[in-house]
Ligand binder design. Sequence first.
Ligand code: SF4
Length: 430
Amino acid sequence: MTELPIVQVTGAAAGTREWPTRDVTDEALADPSWRPLPFVEFALKFHGRCNLACDYCYMYEMADQSWRDKPVAMSREVIDQFALRLGEHLRAHTGETCGASVRMHGGEALLAGADQFAYAARALRAAAPPEATLRLVTTTNGILLDDEELLDTFREHRIGVTVSLDGDQRGQDRHRRYANGRGSHDLVMRGVEALNRPAYRDLLDIVLCAIDLENDPLATYEALVATGAPAVDFLLPLGNWSSFPPGWNGADGGTAYADWLIPIFDHWYGTVPMPAGVRLFENIMALSLGGRSANETVGLTPFQLLVIESDGTIELGDALKSAYEGAPFTGLNVFDNALDDARLLPGVVARQRGVAGLSQTCVDCSIRDICGAGEYSTRYRAGSGFLNPSVYCADLAKLICHIRDRVLTDVGRLKATRATRATGTTAKAG
Ligand code: SF4
């Protein structure tokens, strides 16, 4: 294994000895069965400002306000330097990974313009070793998607598109508004329509919806599916034990978020054929059957993601911005550091340790391998840090048990039917 520098997370985690501390890295290094994993997902803060002013935005409206000190857009110098680091990283870890995914993110990434996307795609593909698969995607609020120059660029450079959409007009316009209060639904629908033209249809990757309990769950689901996306996902709002999610009633034993999601699952699961994948449900189903989750929202999938800010600084994921000021901060940047320099940060190691990175409550939980304590930032509690169950513990438990029991019952039925058929066949043959 390469010798890696130890870099401590600064900010609240260092000042108050909140978990994870340097001890987490020391314990991992003392464990002969553990080795740090390479990074395979990157989010580039391609453009640092937005044309919407959504009131729940983790970037502009939550604890971390560091965007104010960052450049408006990522320069070509930063893109080139990241490309160099990416190529270096992929070459150093040939055999451990077959490639990486780079997401051009914002703010609103599409404000960077078509030329910048084309430039980045060329630079990144040229830097990656020929044997590595490089998946390029962008996340957008959808407002600028009716720009043909952008769509042609995405098609030419094979850049997939993720659209954020909160459902029907009422759901979308509840939060996703312009600074003057005007809703964005109509313009986003125009963009989605453009994406559905035959020439661009393959670009749409997934539609992401931030859950609002005020919205009707089935109407929300139907609106997402109507976009024609091959997959949709429901995101639990960011929140933690020191800053509760909106409408969260876990303190009183409530499960408002599970109660919102379960009718969608039942409807989706009972629809043949399913019109689109639902990532959260599919992850729970895969984990219930002994498989893996495609991301870190459930399960024990290791954290292998870095965020590259518009000034080239390296951070640990946007969701952390909801915990406290400076939570994603690493002290590293692509000019002075290799990407490997982030591998032994306690905040990275803690999320690559599987069960060893969970609180005792979660270690003892019967569904811990499916739940995995939920999304990391939702475990935060000021004073103790991230070694806690998710603030969504009760919701996750209810949702997971519901999905798992339904899937396992069906698998049991299927096996019984097959066994009966096999017995019938043998009897006939006999
Ligand atoms: S259900 Fe709760 S206790 Fe169990 S693993 Fe998830 S967060 Fe932890």
